[in-house]
Design a protein around this ligand. Structure first.
Ligand code: NDP
Ligand code: 8X3
Length: 253
């Protein structure tokens, strides 16, 4: 495994960042992406001490730019072995009748279309080599719908369907396709969902033990280190305190 090239979308925070940190320690070469350039620069400096790191700043909605950036990769970076489709967020938590259309656009454009654009740019590289592994970060929200989750849940249900479709279509090319579907993970996710309201974001994770980004990073490492004939096709990972999207064993005083 050591020396393989892993492309991570959304590496500037949360699950993507924890995965970058873990994979760097394991000796993977990393292509790290996100919009926040300062954070990418920090990662390049810190992780660059332990492995080879290339950072690319772009918005996954910008199809032209990301397609060009990937097409122009140096040959030493172009042989992408693993694509981790992680970039994404929820925007808002509102009923269907009061939701913001801008929030809906953001979730569909980033979580669904962004994932497709990146996959479209990288899959031909994998097909040419008849090998590769795509890890799609879905969600429990892609397996169930919860009140006010409407469009976020729809975007993650789309990821679930795309994951299954990709696995079928890429089957003859020897490319593994896996979905990891977490429950509640304490990251910047809720801060983004609640538009910077840190107190509201914190309250989501109060009174129980949520997953940490590092827990998901461990599972991604497990998935990509299975022998070639083993594919973790679809995995749901919940905190022990969470039984479903809406059943959480909270101890609030
Ligand atoms: P964070 O908010 O901590 O991280 C989100 C990452 O996605 C950031 O690196 C961000 O980078 C990147 N991103 C967001 N929008 C864009 C964009 N338009 N273009 C490029 N990059 C973008 O959240 P998480 O780590 O929790 O989320 C990662 C994934 O995990 C998401 O797909 C999320 O839906 C999923 N997930 C999260 C769960 C949770 O409870 N936290 C549970 C289940 C799934 P930047 O802002 O620099 O662009
Ligand atoms: C993130 C988990 O429950 O907030 O996908 O939708 S949840």
């Amino acid at each position: 495994m050591i020396g393989k090239t892993v492309f991570i979308s959304g590496a500037t925070s949360g699950i993507g960042k924890a995965t970058a940190e873990l994979l760097a320690k394991e000796g993977y070469r990393l292509i790290l992406t996100g919009r926040r350039e300062e954070r990418l620069a920090e990662l390049e400096t810190s992780l660059g001490k332990v492995t080879k790191v290339l950072t690319l700043a772009f918005d996954v909605r910008d199809r032209e730019r990301l397609t060009e950036l990937i097409a122009e990769l140096d040959p030493e970076w172009k042989t992408i072995d693993v694509l981790i489709n992680n970039a994404g967020n929820a925007h808002g938590l509102d009923s269907i009748q009061s939701g913001s259309i801008d929030d809906w656009d953001a979730m569909i454009d980033i979580n669904v279309k962004g994932l497709l654009y990146l996959s479209k740019a990288i899959i031909p590289i994998m097909i040419e080599r008849e090998s590769g592994h795509i890890i799609n970060i879905g969600s429990i929200a892609g397996k169930e719908v919860y009140p006010n989750g409407n469009v976020y849940c729809a975007s993650k249900h789309a990821v679930d369907a795309i994951n299954n479709g990709m696995r079928m279509d890429l089957n003859k090319h020897g490319i593994r396709v896996s979905a990891i579907n977490p429950g509640l993970v304490e990251t910047e996710f809720s801060e983004v969902r609640f538009k910077g309201d840190k107190d509201r974001a914190k309250s989501v994770y109060k009174g129980f033990s949520p997953l940490r980004a590092e827990d998901i990073a461990d599972i991604i490492l497990f998935a990509i280190t299975r022998p070639n004939h083993v594919n973790i096709s679809d995995l749901i990972v919940l905190p022990t305190d969470q039984a479903s999207s809406t059943i959480i064993n909270k101890q609030l005083s």
